[in-house]
Design a protein around this ligand. Structure first.
Ligand code: AP5
Ligand code: ZN
Length: 216
């Protein structure tokens, strides 16, 4: 199963990704997580990406496309993958299509998690992440058992640098301009599935399961 997850910042892509990846036994590949990992390790790619991410802008296509192709060429993607946060531009989608055609494995679904922008700001500014295990929480909608502490490992939760209110607005604007056209792009290809992302996380998960054929 080859799936891409579309949706604005804060739509719940990361929240849903683990469940889908587990259900289909495919790797969850988040370009945002890959960039944050590179940034933490101060790799040349991380250094190049940092200024774009801090400003809430997209990292240039050529860097992202090379990163993703390198990742999905690996053995663990033989039976598929779940891409979270990629593609984000039509150029990235075209590159993925060409890559899949070359490998002889077409994309199965583009799952679009749809959420209006007034809800997104509240979700993103309330998000807290665990720097140790990557788990994400929300101060109200998905709070940890102890305030500010990861349930899994007791680590103090942090706020992502790009989750500050001033950067969030830019990220939403960039989504509207550069990434929203992908909804029409995948609709034309007959791959689009749209899910109402304003429901609870469990309801969103169920709707995705049904849309992908109920195979879990
Ligand atoms: P990335 O990490 O991909 O960020 P994003 O797309 O902005 O997505 P988010 O992680 O903010 O949101 P999400 O949809 O995963 O929401 P979540 O599940 O956490 O990218 C970061 C940066 O990297 C980009 O700005 C760019 O610079 C660069 N980048 C990455 N990919 C790139 C690419 N392809 N091209 C160029 N540049 C790229 O949920 C959000 C919050 O809401 C959480 O607190 C959660 O608990 C809560 N929540 C989730 N679901 C629900 C629900 N149903 N009800 C209530 N609350 C909910
Ligand atoms: Zn943790």
């Amino acid at each position: 199963m080859r799936v891409v997850l579309l949706g604005p910042p804060g739509a719940g892509k990361g929240t849903q990704a683990k469940g889908i990846a587990n259900a289909y036994a495919i790797p969850h590949i988040s370009t945002g997580d890959l960039f944050r990992e590179n940034l933490k390790n101060k790799t040349p790619l991380g250094v190049k990406a940092q200024s774009y991410m801090d400003a809430g802008k997209l990292v240039p296509d050529e860097l992202v496309i090379a990163l993703v192709e390198d990742r999905i060429e690996r053995d663990d993607c033989k039976n598929g993958y779940l891409l979270d946060g990629f593609p984000r531009t039509v150029a990235q989608a075209e590159a993925l299509k060409a890559f899949n055609e070359k490998m002889g494995h077409p994309l199965d679904f583009a799952v679009n998690i749809s959420v209006p922008s007034d809800i997104l700001v509240d979700r993103i500014t309330g998000r807290r992440s665990c720097p140790a295990c990557g788990a994400t929480y929300h101060i109200r909608y998905n709070a940890p058992k102890t305030e500010g502490i990861c349930d899994n490992d007791g680590t103090a939760l942090i706020q992502r640098d790009d989750d500050k209110p001033e950067t969030v607005k830019t990220r939403i604007d960039v989504y509207e301009e550069e990434s929203a056209p992908l909804v029409g792009y995948y609709d034309k290809l007959g791959k689009l599935v749209t899910i109402d992302g304003t429901q609870s996380p469990a309801e969103v998960a169920e709707a995705i399961k049904v849309a992908l054929g109920g195979a879990r």
